[in-house]
Design a protein. Structure first.
Length: 526
């Protein structure tokens, strides 16, 4: 791919986006199920289902076992089929390289790799038993995986139209399940070696009279084991990144299985101790090792299904790092995370998992959210540059006020109208140039107050906009009940929840409303 055809990750004050073919955009995508790319016809039907959810980008596995079933014999027809199918539907593509590791194991490595422990040893547990995960140490693994990936990336670069491939993920939720570190002889030898000087400096280690090895410098325990594994996984991934980057100039990411207190027997989720979740994966608390050892990987991306959404997004975007969520839930939960991540944490995008098996309701919810975020992308990026945008999910907690330009905005679920909180309450608030407030979403009310005096503002010139061919256009002027008598900007829940009052309430909404909040002490022009 020529340099002028590259896809770039861009940062403006307050957030990230991508630039491809001279156009800026967010990534409003969806990830297919792991096996949906396993057959040409199945892939086509899966993509058709995904398109119904309103995505513009699809994340699809490309598996090592499928393209190199025998050593050195490459069948790249699955890559060709993928490119053809994606471009035929007008989608962009993020290939997910399922190579040496997937979800803390090595289930996608070819059989000839897994059955040759002399060349490709497995990690070992404390009791000396081999684990279902290929070892990083004393192995030819990097050599052969890098060559397989090189063949895939070359085909992507030569066969895909410019701008089709907008990013690439290197392996999937890497790390070691079942122990805090690999206990094989090769791993033990590396563990007895010195802590890398750059990592020691970054972690503030000044030295130890016991020696310069990992345990002497960092102490005995699972946290040291995890940092050790993170460093070595990141070094391996960096070599894959350099190979990719030499052929195809696109943003590169690794995704993380999160360490959360959740127990779902049989499901790849959660865990609080390294080894309960994949030890050494690209989590925020070992990001120092990952960023030092894999500087060519721009994005450490959380797969968010559980936990405190805001805290997770904050950790992964800290230090102005790019935030992208390659896996999350469908339906209202995923849509809410889209508004929260894009509006408050400057995310470059989000991709709910299993979009090819979304129910009609889930597809409608996601399409509704993505259509609005896509239509407002230029407004969002402009507002980010001056701190004039926020996103939120209302889940029964008191939402923190948002301050901008001397005004305090309070965003609440309109429970005074309902027997219970709105069944779905999330959105985005931004202040347009000139002071007009634009609200997008469903299930909330915005009131404004002078930040210095606490005096309430009233709202005037309220309009509801609609989308016509993806462009925002005025649909109707609002006043009276629909503005709380001039007190608030209201976005109904759309599901038409049951009202507590016997008086009819208008729940019809396009999900896009705007108006001007005027402090009570400001005189209006006659």
């Amino acid at each position: 791919m020529e340099a002028n055809e590259s896809v770039r990750l861009r940062r403006l004050a307050g957030g990230w986006h991508i630039e491809a073919m001279g156009e800026v955009s967010l990534v409003l995508g969806g990830e297919l199920h792991n096996s949906s790319s396993g057959g040409k016809q199945f892939l086509g039907s899966a993509l058709d289902r995904a398109v119904e959810a309103g995505i513009d980008t699809v994340l699809v596995p490309v598996t090592w076992e499928q393209i190199e079933a025998a050593p050195g014999e490459f069948d790249l027809s699955p890559v060709d089929d993928l490119i053809t199918a994606v471009e035929a539907r007008g989608l962009r593509l993020v290939p997910l390289w399922f190579g040496a590791w997937k979800n803390g194991r090595s289930s996608y490595a070819p059989a000839w790799v897994l059955s040759d422990p002399e060349s490709f040893p497995h990690a070992e547990s404390r009791d000396g038993h081999p684990m279902p995960t290929l070892s990083l140490f004393a192995s030819r693994l990097l050599e052969v995986e890098r060559e397989a990936l090189r063949r895939v990336v070359e085909r992507l670069a030569s066969a895909a139209a410019p701008g089709t491939v907008v990013a690439l993920q290197l392996n999937n939720e890497v790390g070691l399940l079942g122990d805090s570190r690999d206990r094989s002889s090769g791993a033990d030898q590396a563990f007895r070696g010195p802590l890398p000087a750059s990592l020691a400096d970054a972690l503030g280690c000044t030295g130890s009279p016991q020696g310069s090895d990992w345990q002497s410098m960092l102490g005995v325990g699972s946290s040291t084991d995890e940092m050790f594994m993170a460093w070595h996984y990141a070094q391996h991934i960096e070599q894959l990144a350099l190979t990719t980057r030499s052929i195809l100039e696109v943003p590169l990411l690794v995704n993380a299985w999160l360490n959360e207190e959740v127990v779902l027997p049989g499901a790849p989720a959660g865990g609080v101790e390294p080894g309960d979740y994949p030890s050494g994966g690209p989590l925020a608390h070992v990001a120092t090792a990952w960023r030092l050892a894999a500087p060519s990987v721009e994005i450490l991306a959380p797969d968010i299904y559980f936990g405190n959404d805001e805290a997770i997004m904050q950790r992964f975007s800290e230090g102005n790092q790019p935030l992208f969520i390659p896996e999350t839930e469908l339906g209202h939960v995923g849509a809410g995370r889209a508004f929260l991540s894009v509006g408050r944490f400057g995310a470059l995008g989000i991709s709910p998992f299993g979009v090819d098996q979304a129910s009609p309701e889930e597809a409608n919810i996601l399409r509704w959210a993505f259509e609005r975020l896509r239509a407002l992308t230029s407004d969002i990026l402009e507002a980010r540059a001056c701190g004039a945008v926020t996103g939120f999910v209302l889940d029964g907690r008191v939402n923190s006020p948002w301050y901008h330009d001397g005004i305090r905005y309070e965003i609440v679920s309109p429970q005074h109208l309902l027997e219970s909180p709105a069944p779905s309450a999330y959105g985005l608030l931004l202040v347009l140039p000139g002071g007009e407030v634009l609200a997008v979403g469903r299930g909330f009310t915005i009131r404004a107050f002078d930040a210095a005096t606490g005096s309430p503002c009233y709202v005037r010139d309220v309009y509801e906009d609609e989308l016509v061919d993806g462009v925002r256009r005025p649909a109707r002027r609002l006043n009276g009940d629909e503005t709380g008598g001039g007190d608030s900007l209201n976005l109904p829940a759309i599901e038409t929840p049951r009202a507590a009052s016997p008086i009819s309430v208008d729940f019809r909404s396009t999900g896009i409303r705007r108006g001007r909040f005027i402090p009570t002490w400001v005189e209006l022009d006659s």
